[in-house]
Design a protein around this ligand. Structure first.
Ligand SMILES: Nc1ncnc2c1ncn2[C@@H]1O[C@H](COP(=O)(O)OP(=O)(O)OP(=O)(O)O)[C@@H](O)[C@H]1O
Ligand SMILES: [Mg+2]
Length: 258
């Protein structure tokens, strides 16, 4: 628990407070949705009225108020190290955005050119994506994929590239984000982690805002601070932290309503 509160302290001077994303018990999710191709952890899709989905709506509202004030459109989601919940947060936030009446077109970009599998999480399987655009000059329209979720389009990772860092920090990537801003109301960018990937912070700097996922009880404060320094050096606009893997008890009677 100590780590959770330490991580929480860091954000006191930021505009968005860290949000605690509780875990759904695995047995509960897997039993309910065993036949779906969509990742059952996208609770905003499967259980839009659940207390956990509400947390994502709160996150959406905090982001929206910033977007409206500053005419921002792109938000990158990153973390210090692997496995902190970036992709699940990106997916749930993207679906939460589609439920907003003001958002007509939502885009989720898989910028994790090494390990990203956003397409699988949404029940798609694509061989073409961001890598092909950056390496081969594939047309933008050929890397945009509509999903089964109303209003949500994705750009999948594509094939694994040999030089993801160089591709992500290229001028082409910057231009792509500029083009996409003309077509979409909100763009969520699922990033690789900052510490192992040299140029992740550069792409974060090309986004209007950055959120950092922090795995509660695991990622140490020094590691989070170190990653935040990379963002500061790149002059990225870190607006806050999302705490993931927060384990706390949700009484059974609440589950009756999800
Ligand atoms: N809020 C959460 N509560 C509990 N488990 C979570 C939460 N978010 C993600 N997870 C689980 O943690 C694991 C890692 O999540 P995810 O793939 O989103 O992390 P990531 O930061 O994108 O990882 P990578 O660095 O490999 O891209 C997955 O098994 C996921 O189901
Ligand atoms: Mg990921």
């Amino acid at each position: 628990m100590k780590n959770i509160f330490e991580a929480f302290k860091i954000v006191k001077d930021k505009q968005i407070d860290a949000l605690r994303m509780p875990s759904l018990p695995k047995e509960f999710i897997l039993k309910s949705i065993s036949d779906s191709n969509i990742n059952p952890r996208i609770v905003t899709h499967f259980y839009p009225k659940s207390p956990i989905a509400e947390q994502y709506y709160r996150l959406r509202e905090s982001i929206k108020s910033k977007m409206q004030k500053e005419s921002f459109k792109t938000i990158a989601i990153t973390s210090a190290v692997n496995g902190e919940g970036k992709s699940i947060t990106s997916l749930n936030l993207a679906v939460a955005m589609t439920k907003d009446v003001d958002c007509k077109k939502v885009l989720l970009i898989d910028c994790d050119l090494r390990r990203g599998r956003i397409d699988h999480s949404l029940g798609l399987n694509s061989n073409v994506g961001l890598s092909e655009y950056l390496m081969l000059g594939t047309e933008i329209n050929n890397i945009l994929f509509k999903t089964k979720i109303n209003k949500l389009t994705i750009i999948p990772r594509g094939k694994i590239a040999d030089n993801p860092s160089e591709l992500l920090s290229s001028e082409k990537m910057k231009k792509l984000l500029g083009e996409l801003k003309k077509q979409f109301d909100v763009i969520i960018v699922d990033m690789p982690p900052l510490i192992p990937i040299a140029d992740a912070s550069i792409v974060c700097a090309q986004s209007d805002m950055v959120l950092m996922a922090v795995r509660a009880g695991k990622t140490q404060r020094g590691v989070v601070d170190h990653a935040a320094e990379f963002l500061a050096q790149a002059e990225a606009n870190l607006i806050g932290y999302v705490l993931t893997h927060v384990e706390y008890y949700i009484p059974a009677y609440i589950y009756q309503y999800v």
